[in-house]
Design a protein around this ligand. Structure first.
Ligand SMILES: Cc1ncc(COP(=O)(O)O)c(C=O)c1O
Length: 404
């Protein structure tokens, strides 16, 4: 079969692939502890499900306007005002089929061949692929762990070229949890504004923050920065609604209009029922978020302390999101590693080797850091039960201890 060059350059999403392998092992009766999946393990809150049921029963089951119903756009505008003190009109907001779709649409309407988008690494696995699918070039800016995985103005300036169209800022970050303070954003924001580089602020983990950290994004800095920023967000992570597929974006009305034209010729509207449920999520009882964050806070402590007790592993405390991104370079230096590297020599790099070793020997599913742009790390989602975290970390410890 002949396929397009476009699809042949893209790999399947590694996080979904790891989760599928772990699930297949579980289906065979193997007791695998999964840290792969990027979704909260809580049920969608009852009042949100009730809104969906009401929508079905009152016949809200037909096509809607391509970019979402007015009521949802208003709820999104209210959310921006309430949480971010940002004002958007309905023509500056559009609703897509998940946050991933928001980014995909944006790339499709913004990029021409070889236009560059700066992607700070470690990055969410899907950004580079979606940029490539739009014929653009992802320009990877490798941040340093000692800088908290945040970009410095010097590094940023070095990566700018006449072809740079946009930069992605994902704070809190998947996979590192790095969260930019207002001061840290101010330092880079003016460079971007001066060079007219569009900021794509992916705020999907906005509400999952620890240690009293306050969320801010570049759009909040000034009216000029707001004009130069497209904010992406969605209900998946905040309200445990990953399967409902509602993402949204806000910013320049011309961009929004183009996204709606693209959507009108591709997916049409996001699911009507999910839209009605999302209104309830965004303007209903927000205390459900804190309950989830309290659980994540407890789990973060268990996983970070557990990982730091393993020889060869060091783990920073993520400031937000629900991922640990331990540095495993010390494991690559252990005496027993040579044998593992030889056994899994067919794997492309060390983080794939350690991931395979942990899956086969410890029955623990983690994601190779190389997929996020850092072979020194692995990613472990702690959106799983306390018991699973304890069990999984103990298994990893036992497997690594055999390499001492
Ligand atoms: C950084 C980041 N942005 C966007 C998304 C998209 O989420 P969804 O498509 O479920 O809204 C994800 C999901 O993993 C993510 O990690």
């Amino acid at each position: 079969m002949l396929f397009s060059d476009r699809i042949l350059q893209i790999k399947p999403s590694p996080t979904l692939a790891i989760t599928a392998v772990a699930n297949a092992m579980k289906a065979k009766g193997i007791d695998v502890v999964g840290f792969g999946s990027g979704e909260p393990d809580f049920d969608t809150p009852r009042f949100i499900k009730d809104a969906a049921i009401r929508a079905i029963e009152s016949g809200k089951t037909k096509y809607t306007p391509v970019g979402g119903i007015t009521e949802l756009k208003q709820a999104i505008a209210e959310k921006f005002k309430r949480d971010n003190n940002l004002e958007y009109s309905n023509s500056e907001i559009t609703v897509n089929c998940g946050g991933k779709h928001s980014f995909y649409n944006l790339m499709q309407i913004l990029l021409n061949k070889d236009d560059e988008v700066i992607v700070p690494a470690p990055y969410w696995v899907s950004y580079p692929s979606m940029i490539s699918l739009a014929d653009g070039n992802p320009v990877i800016l490798y941040t340093k762990e000692e800088n908290g995985f945040k970009i410095t103005p010097e590094e940023l300036t070095k990566h700018l070229t006449p072809k740079t169209r946009a930069i992605v800022i994902n704070s809190p970050s998947n996979p590192t949890g790095a969260t930019y303070s207002k001061l840290e954003l101010e330092v880079i924001a003016d460079i971007l504004l001066e060079k007219n580089i569009l900021v794509i602020s992916d705020d999907i983990y906005e509400s999952i923050l620890y240690d009293g950290i306050h969320f801010t994004n570049i759009a909040c800095l000034s009216e000029d920065h707001k004009r130069n920023t497209i904010v992406l967000n969605g209900v998946s992570k905040t309200y445990s609604m990953t399967g409902w597929r509602i993402g949204y974006m806000a910013g320049n009305a011309d961009i929004i209009k183009k996204v709606e034209i693209l959507q009108s010729q591709s997916t049409s509207n996001p699911t009507s029922i999910s839209q009605w449920a999302s209104i309830e999520a965004l303007i209903g009882d927000q205390s459900v978020i804190q309950e989830m964050v309290d659980s994540f806070t407890r789990r973060r402590k268990i996983i970070v302390e557990g990982l730091n007790s393993i020889p060869g592993i060091t783990c920073m405390n993520p400031e937000g999101a629900f991922y640990a991104f331990p540095n495993v370079t010390g494991v690559y230096a252990l005496p027993g590693w040579k044998g593992i590297a030889e056994k899994y020599a067919d794997k492309p790099n060390n983080s794939h080797r350690i991931t395979t070793y942990l899956l086969e020997e410890a029955k623990v599913a983690v994601v190779p850091g190389a997929e996020f742009g850092s072979d020194d790390n692995i990613r472990m989602s702690f959106a799983t039960s306390d018991e699973n975290i304890v069990k999984g970390v103990e298994r990893i410890k036992a497997a690594i201890q055999t390499l001492l």
